[in-house]
Design a protein around this ligand. Structure first.
Ligand code: 5GP
Ligand code: MN
Length: 357
């Protein structure tokens, strides 16, 4: 709860703020806003992550202060000697990534969680977590406002606005309430930033490779289970051919979900070491338990899981498990989750796909 966390933030001196791997707008915006707030209170603050910022977030005011963990003695010493470690927008140790997980776990600092994912791990000393919040940015706004709303300046407002904007899919997900719009109104008043400029910085700085990748990935669209499930596939080959990166696939899954009648959209991404699966759903069909069944997690309508297994096996397994999560009976022969011969043939051509250009 907020009351468990705020007094500690006011009392302690040396802070580390960290967030999840492949940080997104909510992760970075929340980290930055909290960091800037604590600095305004005269605190010592370091912000260190496992992964670097994606290119569409490097414009945010104050991002120069965010470091990537490089194992340097100075970073180890800071993390080990911090009074408080605040983890934002991630509630599980493995979400912090290979580099940060260990130093965070081993530090003698008090561990605070500020987050909106379901089922937080239990190693935190204090938590301010609400899984119905639109974003972690919303919680940071609540926290700063409870202390002194006048501390929200343009940089903090911009960071929080970007956090809420990205995690609500530009204010369209079911987590968006009148309260969220009131927070956003407050941020626009205090920060005076221009929404078109923030939107352009976040979403309109793509390169041609991104568009080519999108074209090839959209071509993999497959519908299953009477059109209630759609999936897209991103192979290493297609990434290599287009010169794009896995980071460029952010948001692609939304195209699968845009189809009428689709309740769940998946995107399978082949990586160097395995396969990443993103789960998205609409309405009352939830995907967090599904992702969790494979060691992942997230939100009811947006989750993810990572497999250290080959793409084709993962596609097979995840699709085979679909009936339970679509509310279908496992034994219904029409809902057999295994690949049909046509789908299997299609998948193998996909995996061998030569350049289509
Ligand atoms: P995305 O599909 O965009 O990577 O992630 C969607 C949501 O699922 C995010 O909120 C993220 O926290 C969560 N998520 C993604 N991948 C994983 C994972 O491997 N493990 C867990 N626990 N959550 C994940
Ligand atoms: Mn978030």
């Amino acid at each position: 709860m907020l009351e468990d966390v705020l007094p500690l933030l006011l009392e302690k001196t040396r802070f580390l703020i960290t967030t999840h791997v492949r940080p997104d707008g909510d992760a970075v915006g929340s980290q930055l806003a909290l960091g800037l707030f604590l600095q305004k209170l005269g605190k010592q603050v370091a912000m260190i992550n496992t992964d670097p910022l994606p290119g569409n977030l490097d414009w945010m005011p104050g991002v120069e202060a965010i470091e990537v963990f490089n194992g340097a003695l100075a970073q180890h010493e800071y993390i080990g000697g911090a009074d408080v470690i605040v983890v934002v927008d991630a509630n599980a140790l493995d979400r912090l990534g290979r580099k940060m997980a260990k130093p965070v776990k081993n530090s003698g600092a008090l561990k605070i969680l500020i987050d909106h994912h379901t089922e937080p791990e239990t190693w935190f000393d204090r938590t301010f977590a609400r899984d119905t919040a639109s974003s972690t940015g919303e919680l940071i706004h609540e926290l700063i406002t409870a202390h002194d709303p006048d501390l929200i300046d343009e940089a903090i407002a911009t960071a929080l606005y970007a956090a809420i904007l990205t995690d609500t899919g530009s204010f369209r997900y079911s987590s968006v309430t009148p309260a969220v719009h009131r927070i956003v109104a407050d941020l626009l008043e205090r920060g005076s930033m221009a929404p078109p400029a923030v939107h352009a910085a976040l979403y309109e700085t793509r390169n041609p490779e991104w568009v080519r990748l999108l074209a090839l990935v959209l071509d993999t669209l497959t519908l299953r289970y009477d059109g209630r499930l759609s999936y897209l596939v991103v192979t290493r080959r297609v990434l290599e051919e287009t010169g794009a990166t896995t980071e460029d696939t952010e948001g692609f899954v939304g195209y699968g979900l845009a189809i009428e009648g689709v309740e769940v959209a998946l995107i399978f991404t082949e990586t160097l070491r395995g396969t990443k699966v993103s789960f998205r759903s609409k309405g009352e069909t939830y995907v967090h338990d599904w992702a969790r069944a494979f060691g992942g997690g997230g939100h009811r309508n947006a989750s993810g899981a990572y497999f250290t297994r080959p793409l084709n096996e993962v596609i097979d397994d995840v699709l085979a498990s679909a009936p339970r999560y679509l509310g279908l009976s496992d034994s219904d022969p029409d809902n057999d989750g295994t690949l049909s011969p046509e789908d299997a043939a299609y998948l193998s051509t996909l995996l061998d796909m030569k350049s289509q250009r």
